[in-house]
Write a protein that binds this ligand. Structure first.
Ligand SMILES: Cc1ncc(COP(=O)(O)O)c(C=O)c1O
Length: 463
């Protein structure tokens, strides 16, 4: 926090107070000049009891941490069954069932159990007991750990109900607005958000479950898979050209204007609202600490709003100040320069990743406790996507792959024997119309990175 605030003060000047720092980016824009479309509004449902947080909305978070086994490590062809049995034996008999079909060809070590999720009801209003039975797969992999000599753990956020890490802030922002009376707790309100895609999916899901309308504004370059998903969930999707933040047509400014023009609507404001980082401070971070057995030496992830790295960095450093936190920044983003020099300055190039990299310092990122920055390339991200698919059976999106690239870099910095944690932000199925579409990478000069089949443990493609 102190680091980030000092750095932001270098940009804004010593007279800038805390509130100035928080709102600086958000207020640097002229008033709206565009006519905005009137958002659709669902009829209010007045008779429903909205008190319980039903089903999987209450299960957001508590995702599995992929990595070393909880029980004794077994190896060899029969190791998977032995590992599952040992892990199960360490727990209450009858509390869970194991499903195991033997080693999977081509995967270094993918193990799965199904177990009752112990904290389905972490949200303010608990789900009824009969609903607290959602199960979450628990998988283990170790090819990256073996190759780096570190324990590399990945938080499987792509297994959230809406398919990404952004379910957490999406749910928190909406439920908090209900608690504070800004959205009607019985449904019938409207949430408006500017989104790089995944927060939009999360908000569309939560809004549908809570009876609200969702209006989601995003750059027109976002993968159409995400837009289709939001529409399927009943949300209204508004697209804008991918212009700089200083342009009033920017999707965040557009979303704010739509919210202001819509009676009773709430602007989610995920970039500046610290409810975003709190969803990770109280959820993701403590879960990581617990699931890693209180042994974390380093954490690394890319940042879009900065909510994940802010919340997780605080949560981990509160538990152990020695934890080293790094951001990995994609091409074109300004955050690595900000961490290194205190001034946000864009690196060269553009990126195929979505939802990460930004040209300004948001309130969420400003509050992060970051020790250092890596620069990651699209080539590394694409190569890691292929590596994870072939050797770990993980089909993840490009930002998740870049995070794993960051984990390898951080393992090299920290040295052997350390535990490094990162985030799998979303899954590869969300990019069928972009990165995973035949020809897409080739057209962008990334065909070679996608074609090379790196052997298990060969991480030389991480620079
Ligand atoms: C795919 C993906 N990865 C990573 C992030 C970054 O997370 P955060 O906004 O918490 O920095 C986002 C944000 O939208 C995202 O969509």
């Amino acid at each position: 926090m102190a680091f980030a605030t000092r750095a932001l003060r270098r940009v804004l000047g010593p007279a800038a107070g805390a509130a100035t720092l928080v709102v600086a980016a958000a207020t640097a824009v002229s008033p709206p000049a565009l006519a905005e479309p009137a958002p659709a509004k669902e009829p209010a449902e007045t008779s429903r009891d909205r008190a319980p947080v039903h089903g999987l909305i209450g299960a957001i978070g508590n995702t599995p941490l992929i990595g070393e086994p909880a029980g004794p490590r077994a190896s060899g062809p029969s190791g998977t069954a032995a590992g599952c049995a040992a892990a199960l034996a360490a727990r209450r008999p009858g509390a869970e069932r194991a499903s195991h079909a033997g080693p999977l060809p081509g995967f270094s070590s993918l193990r799965a159990t199904r177990r009752p999720c112990p904290c389905v009801a972490r949200w303010p209003r608990p789900a009824p007991p009969h609903r607290r039975t959602a199960t979450a797969p628990r998988a283990e992999l170790h090819s990256l750990s073996a190759a780096t000599g570190c324990r590399i753990l990945a938080k499987a956020e792509h297994l959230n109900p809406g398919g990404s890490i952004k379910d957490r802030p999406a749910a928190r922002i909406i439920l908090r607005a209900e608690q504070e009376g800004r959205l009607p707790a019985g449904g019938g309100g409207t949430i408006v958000e500017g989104t790089g895609g995944n927060t939009g999916v999360g908000m569309a899901l939560v809004a549908a479950a809570r009876g609200h309308a969702a209006v989601l504004v995003m750059p027109e370059t976002i993968s159409t898979d995400k837009m289709d998903l939001m529409r399927s969930l009943g949300a209204r999707v508004v697209t804008r050209p991918p212009v700089p933040f200083s342009d009033p047509r920017h999707y965040v400014h557009t979303a704010r204007r739509i919210a202001e023009a819509t009676p009773g609507a709430v602007f989610g404001d995920q970039f500046e609202s610290l409810e975003n980082m709190r969803s990770h401070l109280e959820g993701t971070g403590p879960e990581i600490w617990r699931q890693a057995g209180g042994r974390v030496d380093g954490f690394v992830c890319a940042a879009g709003t900065g909510g994940t790295i802010a919340g997780v960095s605080h949560a981990l450093k509160e538990r152990s100040p020695a934890v080293r936190v790094y951001v990995i920044d994609p091409p074109g983003s300004s955050l690595a320069a900000f961490v290194d020099d205190g001034v946000p300055f864009p690196s060269d190039g553009g990126t195929i990743t979505e939802g990460i990299g930004i040209g300004r310092v948001t309130a969420n990122f400003a509050s992060a406790r970051v020790d250092g920055a890596f620069r990651g390339s699209d080539e590394e991200a694409v190569a890691m996507m292929g590596y994870l698919l072939r050797h770990e059976g993980l089909f993840v999106g490009p930002s998740a792959a870049l995070n794993v690239v960051g984990a390898v870099k951080l393992a090299r910095v920290l040295g052997r024997g350390k535990t490094v944690v990162t985030i799998l932000c979303d899954g590869g199925e969300r990019y069928r119309a972009s990165v995973n579409k035949p020809g897409y990478l080739q057209e962008r000069g990334l065909g070679a990175a996608a074609a090379v089949r790196h052997a298990e443990g060969d991480l030389r493609f991480v620079r």
